[in-house]
Each structure stands twice: as structure tokens, then as C-alpha cells.
Write a protein that binds this ligand. Sequence first.
Ligand code: FES
Length: 161
Amino acid sequence: MSELIPVLSEQELREIDAEITHVPYRAAVAIDALKIVQAHRGWVSDESLQAIARHLEMSAEELDGIATFYNLIFRRPVGDNVILLCNSVTCWIKGCDSLQQRISEQLGIGLGETTPDNRYTLLPVTCLGACDKAPVMMVGEELHEDVTEQSLPTLFGERGE
Ligand code: FES
């Protein structure tokens, strides 16, 4: 009985191989490869991870360690927009807990959850490097600084239309 081998798409392989041309060894593009596959699939499943690892000639365990360390790689399905709420010390001091409560009330989801319409996933994240503008969060690719409870409805203002 033959084992099913997960296959990366030709486009994904092309993009990963383009990155490989810039580095001395294939595993050096591990994060780029994870980002490429995530850009195409929304997240990185175990099957995708194994396929990437095989293509980069590294172990799945080694690649998983990198994917887990890098908190912008999603190893579980996420919604169309991922909300990354910083909960490191400066943002915590500046009230990220109450922001999280308000977001949860507004969207009806807790940390680690996705709205039923699949539009938003709420995840905690460690320091986003903008501590002087705390509290900070990202919605998709966009960084939001000095977030207040009052400014939150605007960030998700398109909901309920
Ligand atoms: S602690 Fe939140 S951005 Fe640094």
C-alpha cells in the first residue's frame, strides 16, 4: 500500500526555490518557506509542514520547532483576519487585558478562537516591538498602536453591516 505524500503546489515550490537561490543551504529559507505556504493556504498544517521539511531536506521536527518559535506562523486554521493582541509586560501594564475583554465581547470569541463567520481569530502574541506605543495589536498585516477601548469598534467597524 502506497503512502500518500503531501505535495506542495507548483507555485509554492517556485516561490520557495526562488528563495533557496539566495542562500547557501536549503534549510536557511525555513521561515520564508513557511510564510509562502501560509500565504497560499492560510495556515500550515502538519501535512504542509512535512512537505516543506522534505523539500528543504530537514526533519519535520526541526521545522516544527522553527514554526512554533515564530509566532506569525499559524499551525492551526485561522480566520480571514488574525488579531494579534500583545500581552507582554508593557502592553499588560497599559491595559491589554481589558482590551481583550472588549474584543471578546465585541466579536463573541475568546483567545485562540475564531468567529463563526471565519472573519476573525483572536490570538495573544508576545512583544511586537512597539512598546512605546502600547497597548499594541495587529489586525491582519496592520499594526495598531495606542489602542483604547474607544478605538476598538473602529478596528472591527465593518462587522454587522
Ligand atoms: S510589550 Fe507590547 S509591543 Fe512590546
